[in-house]
Design a protein around this ligand. Structure first.
Ligand SMILES: Nc1ncnc2c1ncn2[C@@H]1O[C@H](COP(=O)(O)OP(=O)(O)OP(=O)(O)O)[C@@H](O)[C@H]1O
Ligand SMILES: [Mg+2]
Length: 309
């Protein structure tokens, strides 16, 4: 649905986005993840037709974002980082105005406005002047605007930024629901948000795609070189651990008579029974043995920390 090929954007001689290539399939909810300044908003603005790329190309539903920008705009709902709302208008006036721009008229317009007001929890404040709304409510108006014309694709730039925890939770639920009807690309630098709302993620760092895939693929990638964590009561012989077949490194620490070890191995699954046998043979009192569960955060830190170091 969204196809991006070798997209590059220079601001002067500063490369904000370099050689970015990715695809978002129809119906997918994809997290566009990266630290501040990574190039997320720049890429999204190019997709939404607000900025032209220096080189490379992007299409949405087969339409080029530059050459076919009107067709693209008909198919996307874009929620920018800070929504350019008209502060002197009431919410309903603003939505009527936006609906007119999007070609919605008559009963259809009223019906869609009622629907987005309801969907974005704005019914109670529908007559309030936008300038007097809190940040969270303005975000909702931005999302309502993006949903107005029922576009198949939603491009949401940090939809939960600046919201309080309750609003964040309800917005994430809304995004998950919207994911059943729309293809969504959503940017964030919050990993848990991606884990809660997305099925795929693209990690962008310093303008380049550093990793992409389904969440489980990315976690598997994080687990390369992962291992086992084990804890024992009393002393153990760590040279025996180090000589276990398949162990590539051992870290050990003792706290209050409990010894915790972290064993690195390329084959964690077959290491577990070998460790159990060793513990039984040596008479060690096992407290726990578990595989290290790699998280998206581990991968993110591996990627973004490596180059910052
Ligand atoms: N109009 C501009 N002129 C010059 N440099 C810019 C401009 N807009 C963005 N940049 C730079 O391009 C880089 C990427 O910016 P971008 O806004 O795309 O990052 P981002 O990933 O959205 O970050 P954030 O998480 O902070 O929103 C940054 O270093 C930024 O300073
Ligand atoms: Mg941004």
């Amino acid at each position: 649905m969204i196809h991006v090929s070798r997209l590059t954007k220079f601001y002067g001689d500063y490369p904000a986005v370099q050689d970015v290539t990715f695809d978002v399939g129809a119906g997918q909810v994809v997290g566009f993840l990266g630290p501040n300044g990574a190039g997320k908003s720049t890429t999204m603005r190019i997709l939404a037709g607000y900025l032209t790329a220096t080189s490379g190309s992007a299409t949405i539903a087969g339409h080029d974002v530059v050459w076919d920008s009107l067709e693209v705009r008909r198919r996307i709902g874009y929620m920018p980082e800070s929504c350019p709302l008209y502060h002197e208008m009431r919410i309903t006036e603003y939505l009527h105005f936006r609906a007119g721009i999007k070609g919605l008229y008559g009963a259809k317009r009223r019906q869609r406005i009622d629907y987005v007001l309801k969907r974005c929890w704005l019914e109670d404040v529908r007559r309030q002047i936008i300038g007097t709304l809190s940040k969270g409510y303005r975000q909702r108006v931005g999302l309502a605007d993006a949903l107005l014309a029922a576009p198949p694709v939603l491009i949401l730039d940090e939809p939960t930024a600046g919201l309080d925890p309750t609003q964040i939770r309800s917005t994430r639920e809304l995004i998950r629901e919207l994911g059943r009807e729309h293809t969504i690309l959503l940017s964030t630098h919050i990993l848990s948000e991606v884990e809660m709302t997305c099925d795929h993620a693209i990690i962008i760092h310093r303008g380049r795609v550093a990793a992409q895939g389904t969440l489980s693929e990315l976690k598997d990638r994080a687990s390369a070189g992962a291992g086992l964590v084990a804890a024992f009561d009393g002393q153990i012989d760590d040279t025996a651990l180090a000589s276990l077949e398949g162990v590539t490194a051992v870290q050990k620490e003792s706290v209050d008579g409990i010894v915790r070890v972290r064993l690195k191995s390329d084959d964690v699954a077959s290491l577990t029974p070998r460790l159990c046998n060793l513990a039984a043979a040596k008479g060690w009192k096992v407290r726990e043995i578990r595989p290290e569960r790699p998280t998206l955060e581990d991968l993110f830190v591996q990627i973004t920390g490596r180059e910052n170091a």
